[in-house]
Design a binder for this molecule. Structure first.
Ligand code: HEM
Length: 458
């Protein structure tokens, strides 16, 4: 019973994901031992067990040591480099406990407060519209890869803006974060993945050192400015601690959101009734975003290390053991959700475990929800007849992340007419108001085709 999917990336089993396996694992109990991941770890399979573990102070967030140990057979130079990578990353908020964690979280929290996210919204709206315009302009006569043209680019732009970076090259950003995610997401990174992650972290480090030396290269209201001030007041240490937070924000925020945007559009197009419901009533997008996050979480598990001997559900866990709360399994637990294997956008999901829980709960959750709501609303409104190129999607190979490597879309011909009508009605691309949807009036008369209905396969 493997949660590492050894099937070709376009195989239907990849699209279906690990959920049938999770159900079987859950059937065997809330906690199980596996040798499949990280040389041996405890899997937590139920909603209750996952949520409790994420709030349990006996389970430490410090877990990066395994990166080096798992690669201990490699040459001494490589090992030295891995130690350097691990030391830097181990300082990131995601991987530290009390007392450093609340200190760092307090500094970062200011950048994610509701007013900061609200202030960012016009920029998100403008960026979404601009990317969609670009897709229309460049892909009128051929399929457009949504991941490449939209899902990879938008989160990178938003994070750069949130950090307050000026004139950053999105290409560099994207490559660094992909390399780090490939390394962290692999159950046993290969030479190439390790090499790339090392190179990227070094380049990222140099980049941020350069930026932080020159105050004119970042804005007064971004997170970098806050980190600099915190450094001056002694709340955050200079050097590795500061750099680790910057690197973490880049990859934690980019990789996850990119996957989420891709899978959301994919599942909405495969569940045409849901797509149509949002088209007719745009206010449904809020519930849809939360439900899609639950249904196919971009992050399938996280990790903790036992900091003492303890017992969970009658099972003895030894100090130092690795525990993997399976977020993806928790999200489909029938004890928590009625009919968990169906997408129900009127379900009251709240904030699903996809963002974690407890002290390390995702700091970027509100930003992600806003970004996804803006993006999905704009796409459904602009391209009500959007379609996936049949049998073309390509799923990534990672037990940690769920996402698409590519998602070719056929942009429908009426798109231009839609844009023209919007423009004629004075809906500015950058006004911050295009979220006020006109769909019910404009598209309300369109009917679902039988082909659309057949596509509703979930
Ligand atoms: C769909 C999008 C996202 C998902 C599914 C997601 C998921 C998660 C999860 C599961 C955790 C908790 C990990 C744990 O407890 O071990 C987490 C933490 C975190 N996330 Fe996100 N995240 C997303 C977007 C973002 C964004 C956009 C940002 C920033 C721009 C971000 C930054 C962070 C940070 C800094 C932490 C560490 C918080 C802490 O340790 O206190 N995430 N995220």
């Amino acid at each position: 019973m493997s949660i590492v999917r050894n099937v070709e990336s376009r195989h239907p089993a990849r699209a279906a994901g690990p959920y049938a396996t999770y159900a079987q694992l859950r059937g065997r109990g809330p906690i199980l031992w596996t040798t499949e991941l990280f040389g041996g770890a405890w899997l937590l399979t139920t909603h209750e067990a996952v949520q409790a573990a994420l709030r349990d102070s006996r389970l430490s967030a410090q877990r990066t040591g395994g990166w080096v140990m798992r690669n201990s057979t490699r040459g001494s130079e490589r090992r030295r480099e891995l130690v350097a990578l691990q030391r830097l990353f181990a300082r990131a908020m995601l991987f530290v406990d009390k007392p450093s964690h609340p200190r760092l979280r307090q500094v970062m929290q200011a950048g994610f407060r509701p007013s900061a996210i609200e202030a960012l919204k016009p920029f998100v709206v403008g960026s979404v519209e601009q990317l969609l315009d670009d897709m229309e302009r460049t892909h009128s006569d051929r399929p457009c890869d949504f991941i490449e043209c939209f899902a990879r680019v938008l989160p990178a732009r938003i994070i750069a803006r949130l950090l307050g970076l000026r004139g950053v090259s999105a290409t560099e950003f994207l490559a660094w974060s992909s390399d780090l995610a490939a390394f962290i997401g692999a159950s046993l990174p290969d030479e190439d993945q390790t090499e790339r992650a090392l190179r990227s972290i070094v380049e990222m480090g140099k980049y941020f050192e350069r930026v932080l030396r020159d105050e004119s290269s970042f804005s007064q209201d971004g997170i970098l400015r806050m980190l600099m001030q915190a450094q001056k007041s002694g709340q955050i240490e200079k050097g590795p601690e500061l750099l680790a937070q910057c690197a973490m924000l880049l990859f934690a925020g980019h990789e996850t959101t990119r996957h989420f945007l891709g899978t959301s559009i994919y599942w909405l197009l495969r569940n045409r009734a849901v797509w149509d419901a949002i088209r007719v009533d745009p206010t449904l997008v809020k519930g849809a975003v939360r439900e899609l996050l639950r249904w196919d979480s971009p992050v399938q598990y996280t990790g903790r290390r036992a900091n003492c001997d303890l017992e969970l559900y009658g099972t003895k866990i030894r100090r130092g053991d690795l525990v993997l709360p399976l977020i993806g399994a928790a999200n489909r637990d029938p004890a928590e959700y009625v009919g968990p294997d169906a997408i129900q956008i009127d379900r009251r999901v709240g904030i699903p475990l996809s963002f974690g829980s407890g002290p390390h709960v995702c700091i970027g959750a509100s930003l992600t929800l806003m970004e996804a709501e803006v993006a999905i609303s704009a796409i459904v409104r602009r391209w009500p007849d959007l379609d996936v190129v049949p049998e073309s999607e390509d799923w990534i190979d990672s037990p940690l992340y769920r996402g698409l490597a590519s998602l070719p879309l056929k942009l429908p011909p009426p798109a231009r007419a839609t844009r023209a009508t919007n423009a004629a009605q004075g809906q500015s691309m950058h006004s911050g108001a295009p979220n006020e949807c006109c769909c019910p009036h404009r598209y309300g008369g369109q009917v679902q085709t039988s082909v659309d209905r057949r596509r509703s396969d979930q």
